[in-house]
Design a protein around this ligand. Structure first.
Ligand SMILES: [Ca+2]
Ligand SMILES: [Ca+2]
Length: 245
């Protein structure tokens, strides 16, 4: 996947898709770093809705796990780590599994090992001229109790991610959308942005794990807007209390 370069000016997020996503803003979120064996301390229900479509949106990443993985698209860390498996697909014949890669790989359906932490991250991509951006994907979880969880988020550094998490049993495939313009944590106007998925387990109990499929990262450009209205992210973040682990 080539690094994305936007066109035109950056302006306010408007339109039906933007308004739809605006009402899906979450009440809580957390920070997670791939460099630390920690994850979000927050698990909140995520409002889920069909992904945005239309001619104004440009897909800059699409991962269905039907082809080469991680190729040059994804950066993987952890051992075991994410892999492409011909098991439990949401579409096609393949999905991404949280523990099927690395020298300590566990084949699906697991169970996954204790004390593991697996990341798959993508970036950087350029949102400096975007008026909207979102990450849509499908996930399946069957996890042990306590602190085992799937986290996903976005980052402006590639090392510290802010997003959402899920624990427990998803009872099948679920869709999730991460709006990259969630008010105080907007990544619009940023020239370098990363997205990432983390699975981590604690020292007790286990389960089958996490599968991902049909990941789409899309952006809407502000080509017709006459002036730039970006607010620097650093200024916007000063107004909120963030969880930094
Ligand atoms: Ca697939
Ligand atoms: Ca556990």
């Amino acid at each position: 996947m080539e690094r994305f370069r936007g066109l035109g000016a950056c302006g306010p997020s408007t339109g039906a898709a933007g308004l739809l996503l605006a009402v899906l803003v979450l009440a809580a979120s957390g920070f997670v770093s791939p460099g630390a064996n920690q994850a979000s301390a927050v698990t909140v229900p995520l409002a889920e809705a069909p992904g945005s479509t239309g001619d104004d949106w440009i897909v800059i990443l699409a991962e269905d796990f039907e082809g080469d993985f991680p190729a040059t698209t994804w950066k993987l860390t952890g051992n075991p780590t994410w892999s492409r498996e011909a098991y439990r697909p949401h579409n096609g014949g393949w999905s991404g599994y949280c523990a099927g890669g690395g020298t300590h790989a566990v084949e699906p359906p697991g169970p996954y090992p204790d004390d593991m932490q697996a990341w798959m991250t993508y970036g950087p991509f350029d949102l400096s001229n975007a008026v909207a951006a979102e990450l849509e994907f499908h996930y399946w979880t069957q996890l042990g109790p306590e602190e085992d969880r799937l986290f996903w988020g976005a980052s402006k550094t590639g090392s510290l991610y802010r997003g959402d998490a899920r624990a427990g049993d998803s009872s099948g495939w679920r869709q999730a959308i991460l709006d990259l313009d969630r008010g105080t944590s907007s990544y619009l106007c940023e020239p370098e942005v990363w997205i990432g998925f983390q699975f981590r387990s604690d020292a007790a109990s286990s389960g089958e794990g996490v599968y991902l499929d049909d990941i789409v990262l899309r952006v809407k450009l502000g080509q017709d807007l006459p002036f730039k209205t970006c607010v620097p992210l650093i200024v916007r973040e000063q107004a909120v209390t963030l969880m930094t682990e």
